[in-house]
Design a protein around this ligand. Structure first.
Ligand SMILES: Cc1cc2nc3c(=O)[nH]c(=O)nc-3n(C[C@H](O)[C@H](O)[C@H](O)COP(=O)(O)O)c2cc1C
Length: 454
């Protein structure tokens, strides 16, 4: 029998309560959200970028499975708003050049129909990565200022240039266009990716924003102007029922990075700007912070609880809803998180068990499946394994069981072969970097049926 996270007998009832979103007047059905996980399965052609980023049948299969899971909201992986800034081969993209008809639009419509089939709200996460892009992937990267991301673990990031006013206006329009496109395609919402060191947070953080103009870092108002302008442009273009949320990092760990104090002002402003929700996360490419020794504890699970508490501290009688993301695994700690926020976001656990929200709400399980202990605090392996699992679900199989040492050993061998392929010089521009698991496969649903006697 697999082992699960368990923090004692706690009723999941508080997680089953519907939630009212103030601005859009929408009522998600419960409090458990499937967080964004990049799918990396879309079309990709570096020579003809306009055919890149189109969803396909693998995406519809993945979201069909997630739709069965009774999540209150399902958030896509990041959808880039510019063909020249697709962060990795296989990510989704909607650029202003994309017409609202044809294959891309039809596939986004299909995706929305699948994901919403059982009443979950479907959210497209919009992103511009700015400087956080590898050399060779981006075309003249822009950032708040020309500060290059340091090389890490052999990854060399492109040298960005400081965005001109024209660039800023164009990016704002790109976000607004993509939001309009997704609303027309049947999505309920967009979530702006303002976390994890991407372009929006490059404007928020003092180490990446050295500007002296009205988008500069000297005042809180200036640092927030870029995000505010994007929110305002989207609000002008979408209907009042269309939900707008923002994911932010409540803390970064490098000198000059975003502090919990900074994120407190971001939350206050997002509330004032009538956004529907803020998703509280943390970290960036320099340090994801996805571990239980970053000031959080394994006992409370949530990686960013402390900074999220600070971020929420300035919100009195708030209308904006807040969701906590990162590290949550047991029902007890999810319920406890509701003392601070309105909902909990599960990302890796949702891919490992696409029906986890339903099983929690029905009281069938006390928490998520527990992987091998070596994986619990290894963010990089966790991300790579999750990519492999996404592929398996999309192909109609159960995701691999990383609580089983034999399965993990097999996957590691697959990973070593994949690494060799990368090191032997497979062209980054065409190579889609996901470890394909070659061990025994089981039809989707086998493991759950066995464990829960269904
Ligand atoms: C494979 C993978 C892909 C991810 N892609 C995204 C993404 O596209 N956008 C985003 O905001 N976060 C992304 N994340 C981060 C998650 O949304 C989440 O913040 C992180 O995994 C911590 O939550 P968890 O402990 O519930 O997994 C990704 C994480 C994984 C593992």
């Amino acid at each position: 029998m697999p082992s699960r996270y368990d923090s004692g007998h706690v009723s999941a009832q508080p997680l089953a309560q519907p939630l009212e979103l103030h601005r859009s007047n929408r009522i998600p059905k419960n409090r458990i959200i499937k967080g964004p996980t990049a799918e990396t399965m879309a079309a990709w052609d570096p020579k003809q970028r306009f055919v890149s980023g189109i969803p396909n049948e693998k995406h519809t299969q993945l979201y069909r499975r997630l739709a069965e899971g009774n999540w209150d909201m399902i958030v896509t992986g990041n959808i880039h708003v510019d063909f020249n800034f697709i962060i990795r081969p296989g990510d989704l993209c909607i650029s202003p050049e994309c017409p609202m008809d044809g294959e891309r639009f039809i596939m986004f419509q299909k995706l929305a129909a699948e994901a919403k089939a059982n009443g979950s709200l479907f959210i497209g996460q919009l992103n511009h990565c700015g400087r956080q892009i590898l050399v060779g992937m981006g075309h003249e990267p822009i950032s708040a200022s020309s500060v290059q991301l340091p090389t890490a673990e052999g990854m060399v990031y492109a040298q960005p240039r400081s965005a001109t006013k024209r660039d800023i206006t164009r990016v704002i329009e790109q976000f607004a266009d993509a939001a309009t496109y997704l609303e027309k395609a049947g999505f309920d919402s967009v979530e702006l990716h303002g976390a994890h060191g991407y372009l929006i947070s490059q404007f928020l953080a003092r180490d990446t924003n050295l500007r002296t103009d009205e988008y500069g870092a000297q005042t809180e108002e200036n640092r927030l102007r870029f995000l505010n302008d994007i929110c305002a442009a989207i609000k002008k273009r979408v209907s009042t029922r269309f939900i707008i949320g923002v994911k932010i990092s409540t803390v970064e760990f490098q000198d000059g990075g975003i502090t919990a104090e900074d994120s407190r002002s971001v939350c206050i402003r997002l509330d004032k700007a009538s956004m529907d929700y803020v998703q509280l996360s943390g970290g960036n490419y320099q340090d994801f912070g996805m571990r239980w020794d970053n000031g959080s504890t394994q006992k409370q699970e949530a990686y960013f609880l402390k900074s999220a508490q600070m971020a929420m501290g300035g919100l009195v009688n708030r209308n904006i809803k807040a969701f906590l993301s990162g590290g949550l695994r047991s029902v007890g700690n999810m319920v406890k998180a509701l003392d601070l926020v309105d909902g909990v976001v599960l990302s890796r656990p949702a891919i490992h068990e696409p029906r986890l929200a339903e099983d929690i709400l029905m009281g069938r399980v006390p928490g998520a499946l527990r992987p091998l202990s070596v994986l619990e605090d290894d963010a990089m392996l966790g991300v790579m394994l999750t990519h492999s699992k996404i592929r398996q679900i999309a192909a109609g199989n159960d995701p691999l069981d990383d609580s089983d040492p034999a399965v993990f050993t097999h996957w590691r061998k697959d990973m070593e072969k994949w690494l060799q392929k990368v090191q032997q010089g497979d062209d980054l521009m065409v190579f889609s970097g996901v470890v394909e698991y070659t061990g025994p496969m089981f039809p989707y649903g086998t493991r759950r049926a066995q464990e829960l006697n269904l």
